[in-house]
Design a protein around this ligand. Structure first.
Ligand code: NG6
Ligand code: CA
Length: 506
């Protein structure tokens, strides 16, 4: 009897450990393709799998339903450049001087030679590519756009790049393929300035009659395709992108990239431009959401995601590809163009139940849709593990047996694959000195100077002269400031935050 009992216990132990080994072996022995689909300014409440009822996103939902939907998934920052910087560098944006919204002719933000997500994957044997929005600077301060556009994505670890130079609302309004502007006519060179206009060139401010989309704030400089932008440019007419075609341009590139590299492990950073301003859908989607152009371009982005997933299916790659979907920061309605985003919002709540939005230290600034699918390997489900985009480098380094040489990226592979329900302990949110701090279910916002509401975007900044402390599990909408009641918690979290911020750099 006694022996029988010992035998049973031993068999259970052996089968449990071999099951774990099987999972680890299976994951570690493979180099699945990795695709990160990264939306621009998409809120957690814009996605139907996170509760949106006014706007349906069935294709994005497919990733959530066939994979893991994270309910505590984060970008590091409530704006684009810093979030993208940390996703690719594995480093907090507050450690990097200048990691904030960049002008369109800013130099490359990265320190060359340091490990990045793509360089790590390249070392692991992946072919690496970026398609879509870049907004991380290109070249140096004196870049001649007509010459070799470098350094850029190819110098930080990508083998292939096809990117929008900056943002769709910043000049130069062109795509850059590897080191050159696409379709540039050498007879019509391009010039870019963020200081002054070029003689004789129309602007949104002087020539509103030329506009089909009008600015509400800023965005009144150079005009192309009937839309005035931030910054001045001249020439390069044959290279200018058409906003209505941008989604199709990037999708085609992404599909071709996948087809071309289907026989080797590949990484694709598919960086969508939607729903960032100017919101100009292809006519196929215009008016389709009932929420104005912002809703329409979200439907367009959702369709793009569906096309990409279908393409993987047709090529037989679904089971051999990790697909991640997330957003670089939270949502905003009026972000500088009169595009009906505010007046047509109806009952739609882009931030879901969270407080704030893009630019904000409140949760909706950085708490974004976040889902990971690996058909056949990941068991579909929902996870409340704390996960951040900055952790992809360390996690996929662990998966591909590479060394993680970045500063802040943490190995949360088990959480990303649904093996564990535990991710990070804590996460610093924000950029520069404007930061909040999440630890477990708590969010601390130290006192920061500045406006409580960001003017025309009409979003609460999260800044206050006093400490704010919220328990995000009990109080998702951050209404109940517990800082006065729990001074020890405030002190403890501030200490950990200070320690992380003063970490000696490797
Ligand atoms: C702001 C722009 C906004 C957007 C943002 C960057 C104005 C008035 N507002 O300065 O339109 O471009 O920068 O957005 O110019 S991000 O998602 O790329 O960070
Ligand atoms: Ca953004």
């Amino acid at each position: 009897m006694k022996y029988k009992f010992i035998y049973i216990i031993l068999s259970i132990l052996i089968s449990v450990s071999s099951c774990k080994e099987y999972k680890e072996k299976k994951v570690q022995d493979q180099k699945p393709n990795i695709i990160i689909i990264y939306a621009d300014d998409l809120g957690i409440g814009d996605v139907s799998s996170y509760g949106s009822t006014e706007l349906l996103t069935p294709n994005i939902d497919r990733i959530a339903n066939e994979g893991i939907k994270f309910t505590n998934g984060y970008a590091t920052s409530p704006t684009c450049t810093p979030s993208r910087y940390s996703l690719l560098s594995g480093t907090y944006p507050f450690r990097k001087k200048g990691a904030q919204v960049l002008r369109g002719n800013a130099p490359l933000l990265f320190d060359l030679g340091k490990q990045t997500l793509p360089s790590m994957l390249r070392d692991a044997g992946y072919y690496t590519g970026v398609i879509g929005k870049w907004h991380l600077g290109l070249g140096d301060e004196n870049l001649d756009w007509n010459d070799k556009v470098s350094p850029g994505p190819l110098e930080i670890g990508f083998d292939y790049s096809y990117v929008m130079a900056s943002t769709n609302d910043r000049v130069p309004s062109v795509y850059v393929k590897n080191h050159s502007i696409v379709n540039l006519d050498p007879e019509d060179p391009i010039e870019v300035s963020y200081k002054e206009n070029f003689e004789g060139e129309p602007t949104g401010k002087e020539n509103p009659e030329m506009l089909k989309v009008h600015p509400s704030h800023g965005h009144d400089m150079s005009i192309h395709n009937g839309i005035s932008r931030i910054g001045f440019m001249k020439g390069g007419k044959s290279a200018l992108f058409i906003d209505e075609d941008m989604a199709d341009d990037f999708l085609l590139e992404a599909k071709n990239y996948i087809t071309d590299h289907k026989n080797e492990p590949f990484f694709l950073f598919y960086s969508l431009h939607q729903p960032h301003v100017p919101r100009v859908p292809h006519p196929r989607f215009a008016g389709k959401s009932g929420l104005g152009p912002r809703g329409d371009v979200i439907l367009e982005a959702d369709w793009d995601v569906g096309q990409l997933l279908d393409h993987l299916e047709v090529l037989g790659l679904s089971e051999n590809t990790i697909v991640i979907f997330s957003s670089d920061n939270g949502p905003v309605l009026d972000d500088g163009y009169k595009d009906d985003a505010v007046i047509k919002i109806g009952k739609h709540t882009p931030s879901g139940l969270l407080r704030g939005g893009k630019y904000s230290l409140y949760d909706a600034g950085t708490h974004v849709p976040f889902m990971v699918r690996w058909k056949g390997t990941i068991k579909p489900g929902v996870s409340d593990a704390l996960v951040c985009q900055m952790d992809f480098t360390a996690s996929f380094a662990a998966m591909t047996k590479q060394e993680n040489k970045t500063i802040d990226s943490e190995n949360i592979l088990d959480a990303l694959l649904g093996i564990s329900n535990y991710g990070r302990d804590n996460l610093v949110l924000g950029q520069n000195n404007i930061t909040a701090f999440r630890q477990g279910d708590w969010i601390l916002i130290p006192p920061h100077q500045g406006p409580k509401i960001f003017g025309f975007v009409n979003i609460e900044s999260g800044r206050d002269s006093i400490y704010q402390l919220y328990n995000i599990k009990d109080d998702e909408g951050q209404q109940d400031n517990l800082a006065f009641e729990l001074p020890e918690k405030v002190e403890e979290m501030q200490e950990v935050l200070d320690r992380i911020k003063s970490k000696i750099l490797k």
